[in-house]
Write a protein that binds this ligand. Structure first.
Ligand SMILES: CC(C)(COP(=O)(O)OP(=O)(O)OC[C@H]1O[C@@H](n2cnc3c(N)ncnc32)[C@H](O)[C@@H]1OP(=O)(O)O)[C@@H](O)C(=O)NCCC(=O)NCCS
Length: 395
């Protein structure tokens, strides 16, 4: 297998954008191709993560339309769907095609325009990622899943729910602080100075989660250009290497021993670490799937950064903020930056690339410039989870 490098990356602003999925993908892709110093003729295949285009704008079979809109000739294009993990699933596949030697340069991205659907329809369609027989029939939605995660965490670690809510509030405060500094974030220059009480006292969404415990619905796109590491320096002086990738699957939540310790995440993160020849202690910066405050905490434990039951203390003590290690969600994460589900995984990769190049937004850059970064993306109720590990040096 060959080494693979990211030679260019970009994202659109996230938020309510009023652009079509094709426009969002093209905006991000053209910026990533410019960053990579490649032109249309260099791209050999296109990989795209998109979840709900059929519901959002009546558009499926979108891969070929993206090739047409980007004037990429007649190259193959494939859409990947793994709920909120779609972008990382597409990235992992694109990586494997280049690593195998089949292609030298490919484009991978993702996009979503959830805001056109409004909250009720978005909530309904997002919930289709749950098992339709065992979970859909109960009416459960994603705020419901992560409210249950918070309650179970409180019970098994004997942390009173009020105390846990205060610890969870620090996830929101940290990620909104970073998002407020990120010009591409949905909540740029907003909510950058939240207090614990602001999170606790905002509108209840699904007890014990309030509005400030939740990520928003978002529109947005993100893209990266991958190349064989052997040719990467023809295009850029700053290739970022893909050191490891992982992906795990689960099934419905009822089949899971403990939803605070999803086996799919443990499996996926360990696969990525094994491929990279690294462990949690080697990672400087992480973009974690913080769709809800409780989600970031349990993810940081399942990836091996903290012992079971200790992730909530770590965020409360500031260990995962800039200045601590590993720094989690320096881009603002899903909560501050936004969560256009098909784009999210690729935008996480872009955020790590920016960190490893020393080009993260002012105030969010970790210093000294980090060597190793990681992404964690979750699709559905732990049903599809994927990871990437990126580095400034080759394996
Ligand atoms: C939290 C949630 C219920 C809020 O929906 P809503 O009450 O309909 O909110 P609206 O879209 O009407 O927005 C109302 C205001 O709250 C703000 N807002 C919306 N979601 C927000 C969030 N998550 N955090 C902070 N502010 C938010 C909006 O910007 C808007 O502010 P404005 O009045 O200043 O313009 C909804 O965003 C949600 O369900 N999020 C979770 C999405 C999800 O499950 N994703 C998949 C995870 S795996």
């Amino acid at each position: 297998m060959r080494d693979v490098a990211i030679i260019g990356s970009a994202q659109t602003k996230f938020g309510k954008l009023g652009k079509s999925n094709t426009e969002l993908f093209c905006d991000a892709s053209l910026a990533a191709m410019e960053d990579a110093n490649v032109s249309q003729k260099d791209i050999e295949a296109l990989f795209v993560g998109n979840v709900l285009g059929g519901f959002e704008e009546g558009q499926i079979n979108i891969g070929g339309h993206l090739v047409g809109a980007l004037h990429l000739g007649n190259i193959p294009a494939t859409r990947f769907e793994g709920a909120c993990c779609s972008g990382t699933v597409a990235f992992r596949d694109a990586f494997m095609w280049v690593a195998s030697g089949f292609y030298d340069i490919v484009l991978v991205g993702g996009m979503e325009r959830a805001m056109i659907m409004g909250t009720p329809f978005s909530t309904r369609t997002f919930a289709m990622a749950n098992d339709c027989k065992y979970e859909g029939t109960t009416g459960i939605t994603f705020p419901g899943v992560f409210a249950m995660v918070a309650r179970r965490y409180s019970k098994i670690y004997d942390i009173p729910l009020d105390k846990l809510r205060e610890k969870m509030a620090h996830v929101s405060m940290k990620n909104h602080k970073h998002g407020a500094l990120n010009p591409h974030a949905q909540f740029y220059q907003k909510m950058g100075n939240l207090k614990v009480e602001d999170v606790l006292n905002s509108t209840v969404v699904c007890d014990p989660l309030t509005l400030m415990d939740c990520c928003p619905f978002s529109d947005g796109g993100a893209a990266v250009v991958l190349a064989s590491a052997d040719i990467a320096r023809r295009y850029t002086d700053e290739p970022i290497y893909v050191l490891g990738v992982g992906q795990g699957s689960l099934g419905h939540m009822g089949a899971q021993a403990d939803i605070t310790k999803p086996a799919s995440r443990v499996f996926s993160a360990r696969s990525a670490f094994k491929q990279a020849g690294l462990g949690p202690k080697d990672v400087d910066v992480v973009e974690i799937h913080d769709c809800f405050t409780s989600a970031e905490i349990v993810a940081s434990e399942a990836m091996g950064f903290f012992d079971w039951g200790k992730g909530a203390d770590a965020v409360e003590s500031g260990q995962t903020d800039i200045g601590g290690r590993p720094v989690i969600n320096s881009s603002g994460g899903l909560m501050g930056k936004g969560h256009p589900i098909g784009a999210t995984g690729v935008a996480q990769v872009h955020a790590i690339v920016e960190q490893l190049k020393g080009k993260a937004p002012n105030g969010n850059q970790v210093n000294p410039v980090p060597e190793i970064g990681m992404t964690d993306t979750l699709g559905g109720g732990f049903n599809t989870i994927a990871h990437t590990i990126l580095g400034r040096s080759r394996r």
